[in-house]
Design a protein around this ligand. Structure first.
Ligand SMILES: C[S@@+](CC[C@H](N)C(=O)[O-])C[C@H]1O[C@@H](n2cnc3c(N)ncnc32)[C@H](O)[C@@H]1O
Length: 281
């Protein structure tokens, strides 16, 4: 793949700089239209439009190429993306595990790289569970869960109005409307007002989920499960996350016991995104 794109760029980018071309990039979408999101190294900045065009020449279904121009930032966890070539309308339908997700990566968080994590969570769920997904974005967790488990109900809470709008569409698109309730708002305000407790609570906001543990703990039924995401150093992945959950549980006279821990992805060379699972008694 890279070689073909590289081939397109021979004679366009000087040979000594072609080595800097990244070997992979993200593609969101499907055969009927997709968006490529690329990271252009500094050495190739002046050739970014030609790189984007080469991608579109090789991947005929790529309707737009976006270049990352910042890290993720802010509450909505978005990043700045520059349109390098193609259609300015960057909304696509992405397919994953038998589900379809309408999204525009310019206005909502969505990571194709986390599909394995969604499958891992799905494999833990049992029949008739009532589940809360905090920080639910465009709805990948709630939809994947409800689609795979026909007896399960899910409540999804998201702050970004665009992400919430897509979550509502995605619930409809995947025909799980009866069992998934997407709510717009800050989990701190929305969740306590729901007046219910859950068998399982997901907190997929590695940057800052710990600040909402005081909201999450009382929402877990005694004996229920909390999936807590956190950023951690490579050399000690789970200690801090476990301490935070344990202390938050103790504040409510509850006890946390830890049943699993996984490294979800690498965030930067020494920091990774982890998930720990805790049973809250
Ligand atoms: C890392 S993204 C994950 C989104 C989604 N779960 C996914 O996997 O694609 C975190 C999401 O939390 C949302 N968020 C941040 N603070 C929030 C809050 N206080 N209440 C509700 N949602 C929040 C952001 O807007 C963002 O969509």
């Amino acid at each position: 793949m890279r070689n073909t794109i590289k081939k397109q760029l021979e004679g366009v980018i000087p040979e000594d700089r072609l080595q800097y071309l990244h070997s992979s990039f993200d593609i969101l979408g499907s055969k009927s239209g997709s968006v490529a999101i690329i990271e252009v190294p500094e050495e190739l900045t002046e050739y970014r439009l030609q790189i984007a065009q080469a991608i579109q020449t090789v991947h005929k279904n790529v309707k737009s190429v976006l270049g990352k121009t910042s890290e993720r930032f802010g509450e909505y966890r978005l990043r700045e993306l520059e349109l390098l070539s193609g259609d300015p309308d960057t909304e696509i339908i992405h397919k994953e595990s038998g589900c379809r997700f309408k999204i525009d990566p310019r206005v909502t968080y969505f990571s194709t790289r986390e599909s394995t994590e969604r499958e891992r969570i799905n494999s833990k769920i049992t029949e008739h569970e009532n589940i809360l997904v905090m920080f639910s974005g465009a709805g990948p967790f709630p939809v994947c869960i409800a689609k795979k488990h026909p007896t399960v109900t899910v409540t999804a809470v998201e702050l970004n109005p665009d992400a919430h709008r897509y979550a509502v569409e995605n619930v409809n698109l995947n025909k799980v409307t009866e069992r998934v309730t997407p709510l717009l708002g800050d989990v701190r305000e929305v969740c306590p007002a729901m007046g219910q407790v859950f068998d399982r609570v997901l907190m997929p906001l590695p940057k800052g989920a710990f600040e909402f543990l005081d909201v999450a703990i009382p929402l877990v039924k005694p004996g229920g499960v909390l999936h807590f995401y956190h950023w951690a150093p490579e050399e000690d992945k789970y200690s801090e996350a476990q301490r935070l959950v344990k202390e938050a549980a103790e504040q409510y006279g509850r006890e946390a016991s830890f049943t699993d821990g996984v490294k979800v992805s690498l965030y930067s060379p020494r920091v990774c995104k982890v998930r720990i699972d805790a049973v809250i008694q």
